[in-house]
Design a protein around this ligand. Sequence first.
Ligand code: PLP
Length: 441
Amino acid sequence: MPGHIFGRSTKGALPVAVRGDGCYIIDSGGKRYLDGSGGAAVSCLGHSDAAVRAALHGQLDSLAFAHTGFFTSEPAEALADTLVAHAPAGIDRVYLVSGGSEAVEASIKLARQYFMETGQPQRHRVIARRQSYHGNTLGALAAGGNEWRRAQFAPLLVETSHIAPCYEYRDRRDGETPEAYGLRAADELEAEIQRLGPETVMAFIAEPVVGATSGAVPAVPGYLKRIREICDRHGVLLILDEVMCGMGRTGYLFACEEDGIAPDMITIAKGLGAGYQPIGALLTSGRIYDAIAAGSGFFQHGHTYMGHPMAAAAANAVLERILNQGLLARVREQGAKLDAALRAELGQHPHVGDIRGRGLFRGVELVGDRATKAPFDPARKLHAKVKALAFEAGLICYPMGGTIDGQRGDHILLAPPFIIEDAQIGELVGKLSGAIRGALA
Ligand code: PLP
């Protein structure tokens, strides 16, 4: 049975990964796979980082686990300090969990508890965007706008409003500047808040650069600033989900730095542990923390493995590499080279509609017709063919399907390790191009 369930069913169906070597994963048959998507934007340091491995060995030798109901720990405190020191203005508390969905769940519950404790219990509605993904647990799934993931669980999901994403390639009108488009797109939030009743709206959640559902679609300049203004005007909390695009992936530790705004909460995961440990975090403003500290004094939430010392130790080593060894600049540099290589190889391809992204977070959108931007028939499952052919050729990339209503085409998400070399960028683009041509043949 597919669906990532281990046991007899998996054997023979998938290659067995046995070793990591820089940007490559090696299977039990010795085949090497270039990790062009970091799995799903996870492995930002590749698969054999010496510093992270040493940090984990060291932590294991001193303390593997201590429950946060009784203890804090040095690695958890150090991690929180580092994150706060580099976070956007106003963000100064950190809640450490084990992954992205947990971070998003925590953000929604913290928002609710904040309003309960500040005398606004009527605020409970979340607004999010279509073509977004915020995780697979029920609260996070309800926030996400991905119909395919939501459909069969719909009766279990709390009602969430979904406005249009900021999707320049498809939604900017002819003659409209990106800035004007960004304001128009953001103003959908204003309209939705008015429709719901501003006094009932708790939070707006969005990915600054949309990952899994759309293939590295960044907000246009000015969009998030307008979103920030709208949230402020109505007392709505702004949660930015940087689980995929954060932790240096765009060339900035937090993607929203480039947009020049500070949210009320940020969720991170994936690149934070770089795959060496499962870890996520909710970062929140002092305003929210202080209100609860002065009220009940207790955030009514928690998980057994939160603040895990091993996970925090890995994340500290990852951040040390990213922040103090020039990796943010490297992401911008290698990202520009990846973008240029994609444009050179695929820019004129009759079925490549858009190449986009920031840093080492890039997307390629496939269309049936470049002029009309009409996607391929989803039944063709082009994305699955690209994925299979690329994998066969020794390239891991992250393709996803189009939609029946033509809201987007099949796309391929690329998020290679920050350590990727020029020659490996060439290998990635060459193998991807071959897989696209093969899938279309
Ligand atoms: N939020 C975003 C933007 C994501 O891309 C993901 C995972 O892809 C999640 C949340 C959920 O994270 P996790 O799979 O670690 O629970």
